[in-house]
Design a protein around this ligand. Structure first.
Ligand code: IPM
Ligand code: MN
Length: 352
């Protein structure tokens, strides 16, 4: 097969980790007889610097014309410490999600045998834990009306959800649950938030259509506790945008490093594959960041965008081997030998 892949490295460690994912993609293409063509695009702070726009039209067109988007990270301390900035790198990612209609973000949480001792959680809690977070990605507080009143002394963000947005993400979550261990947990704050009550209402209406799926409802504060005290409880967890953002960072501690969690954003147009971690500016340019989350995002790209399971598995097996054999970056190395970002990328590509 031939694939056109839009490559959006973004800011911070984005370019370094995306380079390693490209090595893995090329290795898989060589092994299985595919051909990948990459078209680079700007997004985030680097796009603001070059064009003034964090998601330039040209990048959007590149994404629309591609079969998949492989994305690194956005963010820059110049903006983090400046609450009055008119345009921010993160707006680029949000605009991209919105314009590509990427309403579902799939964030699988997995554990690796050789890493169970890297996790701050007890071995017996996490051994065998494996769940899928389905995060709504184009609604809620991220996109609802926001602003200031009273000369700037009052601020608001609106957690707005329409029924159709809730229905489509829940449908997807029920369907994933059906394909897995048939257990769906709908996470909300229905004891306080009206938007959550809409979620719960819609979920309760839909649940009877999936009789083989056990559906339960959990408040987000309770879910936050359960993720770290009883991660094996979960199979598929579905939630709104902001809760999903927070809970998936939390879930990454189960695996032992944020540098391990990959994600797929899917919806109306070209799907996007991105690590869940940010731009980690302190490490930018140092060749120390863990590239595995981005490499695993490339595996998800083969599986979800191209429907090529064996290719995805070849990448996953190589990542698992690098972890098993301790050929890893400093976040995972512990007392063992530390390898650089590019060394890990080369190792994984060679193993494929
Ligand atoms: C993520 C990130 C983004 C988000 C930021 C960079 C806007 O934290 O993908 O989880 O909050 O969605
Ligand atoms: Mn996040």
């Amino acid at each position: 097969m031939k694939f056109n892949i839009a490559l959006l490295p973004g800011d911070g460690i984005g370019p370094e980790v995306v380079d390693q994912a490209v090595k893995a993609v090329n290795a898989v293409c060589k092994k299985f007889g595919h051909e990948a063509t990459f078209t680079k695009g700007l997004v985030g702070a680097c796009a603001i610097d070059a064009t003034g726009d964090p998601f330039p039209e040209e990048t959007f067109q590149t994404c629309m014309k591609s079969d998949a988007v492989l994305f690194g990270a956005v963010g820059d301390p110049r903006y983090d410490n400046n609450p009055t900035a008119k345009v921010r790198p993160e707006n680029g990612l949000l605009a991209m999600r919105k314009k590509l209609g990427l309403f579902a973000n799939l964030r699988p949480m997995e554990t690796y045998k050789s890493l169970v001792d890297k996790s701050p959680l007890k071995r017996e809690l996490i051994e065998g834990a494996e769940f899928l977070c389905v995060r709504e990605l184009t609604g809620g507080m991220y996109f609802g009306e926001k602003g200031r009143r009273d000369n700037g002394d009052t601020a608001f963000d609106t957690n707005l959800y329409h029924r159709f947005e809730v229905e489509r993400i829940l449908k997807l979550a029920f369907e994933y649950a059906k394909l897995r261990r048939k257990h769906l947990t709908v996470v909300d704050k229905a004891n306080v938030l009206e938007s959550s009550r809409l979620w719960r209402e819609v979920a309760q209406e839909m649940a009877p259509k999936y009789p083989d799926v056990t559906t339960d409802y959990m408040f987000v504060d309770n879910a936050a506790m359960k993720i770290v005290t009883c991660p094996k409880f979960f199979d598929v967890l579905v939630t709104e945008n902001t809760f999903g953002d927070i809970l998936t960072d939390e879930a990454s501690v189960i695996a032992g490093s944020m540098g391990l969690l990959a994600s797929a954003s899917i919806g109306e147009h070209t799907s996007l594959f991105e690590p869940i971690h940010g731009s980690y500016p302190q490490a930018a340019g140092k060749n120390i960041a863990n590239p595995l989350a981005t490499i695993l995002s490339a595996a998800m790209m083969f599986e979800y965008a191209f429907k090529l399971k064996a290719e995805g598995k070849a990448i996953r097996d190589a990542v698992a081997a690098s972890i098993e054999q301790g050929y890893v970056t400093e976040d995972l190395a512990g007392e063992g030998e530390k390898h650089s970002t590019s060394e890990v990328g080369d190792w994984v590509a060679a193993h494929i």
